[in-house]
Design a protein around this ligand. Structure first.
Ligand code: GDP
Length: 313
């Protein structure tokens, strides 16, 4: 990888794409290209765009993503939009002669009851978690398409599987967000409103692993520079936490001193999805941002940028 490489980051307005663009530019990659959704519909205009721009590298971070509620209520959109975008971008990348592409999957591609921590070899060894099955099937189709291009045409298309992500620029909409952003916002609003309790979904027992998006960006740059294989590779921090402990930690960081209450009518989802990240670890990559620091930094960002935007206080 050279600093003169032209790099297309698809999905640069999302949590992940934003962080990748930030890091690439900070590291001196001055030919990063991006397009707004209003300028380029990746579902059917990728071929023309990539044929014209001819980037050397593509990072495919464009996807319809969402938390447990959005995923379980809109399986049609999660399945169709993700398959359409990834099929178009991956095929167009091959046709336009892209040297390397990184496709981003998710830890939810693994079976609901996969062994913990989850090794890459667990893929397609058992039934998926129903609340995010449509999204997982779409991502598995993306992995298989990258591997098929590698096998049939020798393409250097890499599939990275990040664990649950969080950080500045996250989605704080309570209907569609993931748990960490949702609880940061709920705790903030409960503190301002002087509420006595904060409602958390489910039982609090499921465990999740959280990786700061800047650590994921560093892993993607590392994979661009050091990993050329169609075999999927996990990206995680190696530690998980129960939703109950996460909620307590967030309340402490935000300064909300009321009680937690549990809405058991909401789904728990998969009991655990801690990734086995030893493969990328052995290659020499490691994360740097401890969970507490990452949450505090994300909370600062939310107070400066997001709290007004999403306020119903
Ligand atoms: P998942 O990792 O695909 O299950 O997605 P989420 O990040 O949306 O949810 C993770 C866990 O947090 C699930 O067990 C949820 O029920 C739980 N959870 C607790 N409170 C909330 C909340 O306010 N929003 C969301 N999205 N999840 C919550």
């Amino acid at each position: 990888m050279k600093s003169s490489d032209k790099i297309y980051v698809a999905g640069h307005r999302g949590l992940v794409g934003r962080a990748i663009v930030r890091l690439l530019r900070a590291r001196g990659f001055n030919r990063v290209i991006t397009r707004l959704r209003s300028e380029l519909d990746l579902r059917d205009q990728s071929a023309n765009f990539l044929a014209r721009e001819k980037p050397n590298l593509v990072v495919l971070a464009a996807a319809r993503v969402g938390g447990i509620k959005a995923n379980s209520e809109a399986p049609v959109e999660f399945l169709i939009e993700n398959v359409e975008v990834q099929n178009n971008v991956i095929c167009a990348a091959y046709e336009s002669g892209v040297r390397k592409l990184i496709f981003l999957g998710s830890s939810c591609i693994y079976p609901k009851l996969a062994p913990q921590p989850i090794p890459e070899s667990a893929l397609l060894t058992g039934p998926l978690e129903p609340t995010n099955e449509a999204y997982a099937i779409a991502k598995i189709a993306g992995i298989k398409l990258c591997q098929a291009f590698a096998q049939e045409y020798g393409a250097n298309f890499v599939s990275a599987m990040p664990t649950n992500l969080y950080g500045p620029g996250d989605n704080f909409d309570l209907e569609t967000s993931h748990v960490l952003a949702a609880l940061l916002r709920k705790a903030h609003e409960a503190k301002i409103n002087r509420d006595r309790e904060l409602v958390v979904w489910g039982t609090g027992e499921p465990r999740r692993e959280f990786l700061h998006v800047d650590d994921l960006a560093s892993a993607i740059l590392f994979l661009l520079q050091n990993y050329d294989s169609p075999e999927i590779i996990n990206v995680g921090c190696g530690e998980d936490i129960s939703i109950r402990c996460l909620a307590e930690l967030i309340c402490e960081i935000v300064g909300f001193e009321g009680d937690l209450s549990w809405d058991r009518s909401k789904p728990d989802g998969t009991p655990g999805k801690l990734l086995d990240a030893s493969k990328i670890g052995k290659l020499g990559w490691k994360p740097f941002i401890p969970l507490r620091d990452g949450i505090a930094q994300t909370y600062d960002w939310f107070v400066k940028h997001g709290a007004g935007q999403f306020a119903n206080i």
